[in-house]
Design a binder for this molecule. Structure first.
Ligand code: HDD
Length: 678
């Protein structure tokens, strides 16, 4: 990654303001002499209307909020850059996908879908993964999710889906959760959602980190090259750290212990220089092969199995700068799947077609008018010229007499550009048909790929899906909705419904099921990358710890990229037996085992009963979430007291180097699912 400032950084500099060390002024630049007392008629008298400073301060405050996004309200962003590995000239003329010498500035916003702006971040939900590429040919937005398919096939059903998912209107509950009647009623009545519902009930919906989840453009787009030849394409982001998830019990507890868990993880990784990286992948199908698959390539409820259509890795995005101001950047950024550049085009996917309308429309209400493209975070890095004028908050001062086309007074400028000059030309797809409100027959297989997903899961992932259905439907009060869901998902897998139906008081069918036997190993997180890098380990220490060994171990873990934090009873420092002092990062009160990937228990000579109790609680909980545990010195004793020793992923040892090596491998493994059966 280069440390060169991007063109977007330079542009944003014009808008960045640092108030520190300055005199306080009004918004009109008048220096203010007093900011604690309003202007009154007498010390005990009424406030005067002429107090312009009070009026301005209060009015601004009263208007500080804008509507939250109707979906994806809870989100967090970072700046980055995209580097192409090899030219994609043969597929597309998009300049940023042709020229490997160019670095394209990017801005990414991650989000949950259902919850309000202040809701917990580790809820069971789809995650948004939106990327704005500030290319030299204009902004290209890839507005995707961490799940490669969608609930519905036609955008006209989106308001219904979201109404069913959001808190129920009569009581405003539940917040940020799909575990309620209306959501599952919608699913049962709209069977095209079967495949996506399987993903939503899988571990994908509770990611460990924004840094450890995939991103998908979902729709089929078109890449068009200089010769005008088009290919169908699906976009993928593959996290360099692999795709990893939390466990459900842990995810729920994190929401209470740290509502900002995901944004905190992203923010501190970037601050620490552990820049999140994602490789861009494309799946390409030549136009002439459009009808050679057992699904319709335009259907957004279908994946293109990676084993059939391989993902070609073509570049990498690195997120390397946090936002300066969450409102100005994260809240005001406006994404739109319709923001494309020459060489990237749409298809007739009816979900995509409807999105092309919705995103501008929503920004008009959310950002208050048609000039949101002028907000610093939304401005392209290339100049823009047209005859659009005026509107709320207009900032551009367009000079000259002329604001219409065609004209003679300004020699007909700004002039449309020809294709050779870089003008956007739409792919000339031949289309004919009757005007109908209908769906193609080729969109009507709702279950084969839901079964493909189920067949591709490892045993522990299957168990998690069964538990997720049991939890979600367990919260559904309507018996008929529960029965409908069992019936619906018996089309996916008998093993699945027989797993969860008894837990929700429904008798599962004994026959039927699916005859699809195909699996796609790429869908299972069991086959992802495993690395120790950036994993967070809580180190439990008491005064009088063996500082020689601990120091050596911590150094070795740090060399492997593991981030350690010291947990003890009190803030301040703790002293080792040879006098080394270490800063305590957290106490048992301010942190929790659910906020770590693994624990390393050491203790110390001065540990008391309360200390042992807390440490045992931490270890037991981490163990129950299948996390790696390491123990040396007194820590070994706590393991045996709690009967946690002897399991896979529980590492003990006397020699710091040997221990650190084995523990690093355990941390990289993420979780030990064989304990699920214990
Ligand atoms: Fe959407 C926001 C992703 C279908 C209408 N959507 C939004 C965001 C993401 C997605 C990541 C948050 C953008 C941000 O961070 O600011 N949406 C998707 C994906 C979809 C999808 C991957 C299916 C493949 N969306 C979809 C449909 C419609 C919308 C079918 C309506 C026809 N989406 C919106 C919206 C939002 C939005 C209401 C709310 C805030 C915003 O646009 O800027 O217009």
């Amino acid at each position: 990654m280069s440390n060169k400032r991007t063109s977007k950084d330079e542009q944003l500099d014009q808008f960045r303001v640092d108030d520190s060390g300055k005199h306080l002024t009004t918004n009109h630049g008048v220096k203010v002499s007093e900011d604690e007392f309003s202007l009154k008629a007498g010390e005990r008298g009424p406030t005067l209307l002429e107090d312009f400073h009070f009026r301005e301060k209060m009015t601004h405050f009263d208007h500080e909020r804008i509507p939250e996004r109707i979906v994806h309200a809870r989100g967090f962003s970072a700046h980055g850059e995209f580097q192409l590995y090899e030219s994609l000239e043969k597929y597309t003329k998009a300049d940023f996908l042709n020229d490997t010498s160019k670095t394209t500035p990017t801005f990414v916003r991650f989000s949950t879908v259902a919850g309000s702006k202040g809701s917990g971040e580790t809820v069971r939900d789809v995650r948004g993964f939106s990327t704005k590429f500030y290319t030299e040919e204009g902004n290209y937005d890839l507005v995707g999710n961490n799940i490669p398919v969608f609930f519905i096939q036609d955008a006209i059903k989106f308001p219904d889906l979201v109404h069913a998912l959001k808190p129920e209107p009569h009581n405003g509950m539940p917040q940020a959760a799909s575990a309620h009647d209306t959501f599952w009623d919608f699913i049962a009545q709209n069977q095209e959602s079967a495949h996506m519902a399987m993903w939503a009930m899988s571990d994908r919906a509770i990611p460990r980190s924004f840094r450890m989840m995939e991103g998908f453009g979902v729709h089929t787009f078109r890449l068009v090259n200089k010769e005008g030849k088009a290919h169908f394409v699906k976009f993928h982001w593959k996290p360099v750290l692999g795709t990893h998830s939390l466990v459900w019990d842990e995810a729920q507890k994190i929401n209470g212990k740290d509502t900002d868990f995901h944004r905190g993880d992203l923010f501190s990784s970037i601050e620490d220089g552990d820049y999140p990286e994602y490789e861009l992948g494309i799946q390409v199908i030549p136009e002439e092969d459009e009808f050679n698959f057992d699904f319709d390539v335009l259907d957004p409820t279908k994946v293109w199995p990676e084993e059939d259509v391989p993902v070609q890795i073509v570049g990498k995005m690195t997120l390397n700068r946090n936002v300066d101001n969450v409102f100005a950047e994260n809240e005001q950024v406006a994404f739109h799947p319709g923001n494309v550049v020459p060489g990237i085009d749409f298809t007739n996917d009816p979900l995509l077609q409807g999105r092309l309308f919705s995103y501008t429309d929503t920004q008009l209400i959310r950002l208050g008018g048609p000039n949101f493209h002028e907000l610093p975070i939304n401005r392209p890095v290339c100049p823009f010229f047209n005859n659009q004028r005026d509107g709320y908050g207009r900032q551009t001062i367009n000079r000259g007499q002329v604001s219409y086309h065609k004209n003679s007074l300004a020699k007909n400028t700004p002039t449309p550009a020809s294709e050779e000059e870089g003008g956007y030309s739409h792919y000339q797809e031949k289309v004919e048909g009757h005007k109908v409100r209908a769906r193609s027959e080729s969109f009507k297989d709702h279950f084969s790929q839901a079964t493909l997903f189920w067949n591709s899961m490892s045993d522990h992932e299957k168990e998690h899906i069964i538990q997720a259905f049991s939890f979600e439907l367990g919260k559904v009060e309507s018996e008929s909705v529960r029965e409908d869901i069992v019936e619906m998902f018996s089309n996916v897998s008998l093993e699945l419904v027989q797993g969860f139906a008894p837990n929700i008081g429904v008798t599962p069918p004994q026959s039927g099921g699916s005859d699809v036997t195909k699996a796609s190993p790429a869908l299972s997180q069991a086959n992802t990358v495993h690395k120790p890098d950036t994993r967070k380990v809580g180190v439990i220490l008491a005064n009088g710890f063996n500082d020689k060994d601990v120091k050596k171990t911590l150094e070795k873990l740090s060399d492997e990229g593991i981030v350690t934090e010291i947990i003890s009873e009190k803030q301040g420092t703790i002293k080792g037996e040879s006098g080394t002092e270490l800063k305590v990062d957290h106490t048992f009160l301010t942190i929790d085992s659910v906020l770590y990937d693994a624990l390393y228990a050491v203790g110390g000579k001065e540990e008391g009963e309360a200390f042992k109790k807390h440490a045992s609680h931490f270890l037991n909980e981490a163990f129950s979430h299948y996390k790696p545990l390491g123990a040396t010195h007194n820590g070994i004793e706590w393991l045996s007291l709690n009967k946690l020793d002897g399991y896979n992923g529980v590492v003990t040892g006397d020699d710091p180097s040997g221990f650190a090596k084995e523990f690093t491998q355990a941390v990289a493994a993420h979780r030990y699912w064989d304990r699920q059966m214990v």
